[in-house]
Design a protein around this ligand. Structure first.
Ligand SMILES: C[S@@+](CC[C@H](N)C(=O)[O-])C[C@H]1O[C@@H](n2cnc3c(N)ncnc32)[C@H](O)[C@@H]1O
Length: 329
């Protein structure tokens, strides 16, 4: 479970308390419909999706905890295998209300400066307001720049560039420009997309470009070869997110948590960047046997049985989850 940090939860509450739930709920409903129904994709959209203060508040209320959890999860997987990742500067492209800034800063106390490139003024205003409530100085000092990302965009240099839940809203040439720019300007690039087949395909294309630019994959892949997943399967992971009562009432759900499905790639020029294997599914647990579906270091898919007779391994396998490195780093 990725709990939202207390300071972010508080900042969100403070900001959202200013908007009556009766006003927010229909906006959340519309945004859920837009994102699910593909209105958010560039081919079917007229103008930006998040245009008003209420749009920005609704997005932060129902999506920011989930995008925070996904980014935190993916970045921490990369940090596990690349011990020396300690970014001092972050550029968050299409950064919205700053979920990736909060996640990176929580993970790396080394972070000193963060810049968010974002096109929507109300989103920028809310991101700035939330950041004032952060415990981490790097979040409080983050700079939002109003930028319209396009095929001619050039990016400034940063140790880490994040592109989180943005590419699906951009046409292919813009996606390609941003990924190539990111690879040229940063030593580590992290890209996140929804955990859908379409999101996975975009991540695959990004992965190819980052490898072609000379980077190595830190997570999730344990190799830089071709993705072994074929057919109608797709590589994705899940981050469990606590739901606050506001979150539950806005989304009309009753569960105290939700699983944010996401696809991602973190690539880096830092040395030592592979897990031995990556767990691709919830492990299958039977009496005395755990079976792990793995993407292996030699670029294959394998079901690895871990019987109780292999005591240490078995204990570790029982504590291992979908998305973890195997064996544990
Ligand atoms: C789905 S939100 C993701 C926000 C944030 N990265 C996160 O993970 O929560 C996509 C963001 O990209 C921004 N965006 C989309 N197209 C853009 C463009 N062409 N230029 C600048 N920002 C853009 C939107 O305004 C929105 O804030």
């Amino acid at each position: 479970m990725t709990a939202l940090p207390d300071d972010l939860a508080r900042a969100l509450d403070d900001a959202l308390d200013r908007v009556p739930a009766s006003r927010l709920a229909p906006v959340v409903e519309r945004l859920i419909g837009d994102y699910r129904g593909g209105v958010a994709t560039v081919s079917s959209r007229q103008g930006p999706i998040l245009r008003t203060d209420d749009d920005a508040a609704a997005y932060a209320a129902y999506r920011m905890p989930a995008t925070y959890a996904a980014v935190h999860d993916g970045l921490s997987r990369a940090a596990e295998v690349v011990g020396r990742l300690a970014p001092r500067t972050l550029l968050d492209v299409g950064g919205g209300t700053g979920a990736a800034v909060w996640a990176a800063s929580r993970l790396w106390p080394s972070l000193r400066a963060a810049t968010v490139l974002e096109g929507s003024e109300p989103v920028i205003a809310l991101g700035r307001r939330l950041a004032t409530g952060a415990d981490d100085a790097a979040v409080r000092a983050a700079r939002w720049e109003r930028t319209q990302l396009g095929a001619a965009t050039t990016l400034p240099e940063a140790d880490l560039i994040t592109v989180s839940y943005v590419l699906g809203e951009l046409p292919e040439p813009v996606r390609e420009t941003l990924v190539d720019e990111a690879a040229a300007r940063a030593s580590t690039v992290a890209v996140f997309e929804p955990g859908t087949p379409a999101g996975y395909r975009r991540i695959l294309a990004v992965r190819e470009r980052l490898i072609a630019a000379g980077m190595g994959v830190a997570a999730p892949c344990p190799h830089d070869g071709a993705c072994p997943i074929t057919g109608d399967d797709w590589c994705h992971f899940a981050a469990r997110v606590d739901r606050t009562s506001r979150h539950r009432s806005l989304k009309g759900g009753t569960l105290s948590h939700e699983d944010e499905k996401f696809a991602y790639v973190v690539a880096t020029r830092a040395p030592g960047q592979h897990a031995d294997n990556r767990v691709l599914r919830h492990p299958l647990q039977r009496k005395g046997l755990v079976t792990l579906r793995l993407c292996t270091g030699d670029g294959a898919i394998a079901d690895r049985p871990v019987p109780r007779s292999r005591r240490e391994h078995y204990r570790a396998a029982r504590d291992t989850g979908w998305g973890d490195a195997w064996p544990p780093p």
